[in-house]
Design a protein around this ligand. Structure first.
Ligand SMILES: [Mn+2]
Length: 270
């Protein structure tokens, strides 16, 4: 592509697992505190998006923990998405799959959050945010399908200045395919023509090697070990006018902003 592209800023998260504590409340007060903290964490994440003036947001799977979350949790989710204002795209993962009995069949979140776009195709689909000049491609998880390949059938570039691919699964190295399901291979990522590859399914935040592409797991907003009182991180992705892609890791509570090169990178094994 010749010339400059419109600079854009994306907020990338995944594995929020809203509703994780909905059915544990009542034994003692700890689980109510957990739920409140969990919601505060997602609120803090939306606050980062507002503060950083992101142009759009991607949630790379497992937004909800299960299909039986409280209706209040569904409404909370929609409320927070609406609060961001910018377009928000959800690509469902294994916990919030789009198969029979999907959590997304219970309530049409887009009536409460008109800025939300929910992907529902297990074959893959492209959402065009025409005003921004970005095309986002992703495949939604069907129910319990361990052979599901998140990036199978990813299309070539279209006319949009920017292309984002979203996938929810295990990144495996060519030398080791010992994870049980939803395989994502480095070689396959390297063949994609997308400017940024937004990954979900892992709680840890890290970049993964993908040839000339930039690919990263946002990690869970709870952090790698969900502890009461602690919050994790979210990724801000700058799509720069020159065509480069730069990540910044933002803490949801106190802590330093980490620049692209200092975000851990998982490389191909030697
Ligand atoms: Mn998952």
């Amino acid at each position: 592509m010749n010339g400059e592209r419109p600079a854009l800023r994306l907020l990338h998260t995944s594995d929020v697992h809203l509703g994780q504590y909905d059915y544990h409340a009542g034994r003692d007060n700890t689980d109510n505190l957990r739920r409140e903290h969990h919601h505060a964490t997602f609120r803090a994440l939306i606050d980062v998006g507002l503060r950083e003036r992101v142009d759009f947001m991607v949630i790379a799977g497992d937004f909800f923990d299960n299909a039986r979350v409280h209706e209040a949790t569904l409404r909370f989710a929609a409320e927070q998405i609406a609060r961001l204002g910018a377009p928000v795209i959800i690509v469902p993962g294994n916990h919030d799959h789009v198969g029979a009995g999907s959590v997304y069949d219970r309530l049409d979140l887009t009536t409460l959050a008109p800025n939300l776009v929910l992907m529902r195709s297990i074959e893959g689909e492209t959402v065009h945010l025409d005003r921004l000049g970005v095309a986002v491609w992703g495949r939604s998880h069907p129910e319990h399908e361990t052979s599901f390949a998140p990036f199978a059938g990813a299309p070539a570039r279209g006319d949009a200045p920017w292309h984002i691919a979203v996938g929810h699964g295990h990144y495996v190295h060519p030398e080791s395919a010992d994870h049980p399901s939803f395989h994502i291979h480095e070689d396959h990522l390297a063949e994609l023509h997308h400017d940024y590859i937004a990954l979900g399914h892992w709680d840890r935040q890290l970049r993964v090697s993908a040839g000339a592409r930039v690919a990263a797991y946002s990690g869970a907003p709870d952090g790698p070990v969900a502890r009461l009182g602690e919050m994790g991180r979210v990724l801000v992705v700058d799509l720069e006018a020159a065509g480069s892609v730069r990540l910044t890791s933002h803490p949801l509570t106190g802590g330093a902003i980490v620049q692209h090169d200092d975000i851990p990178l998982l490389r191909r094994r030697p």
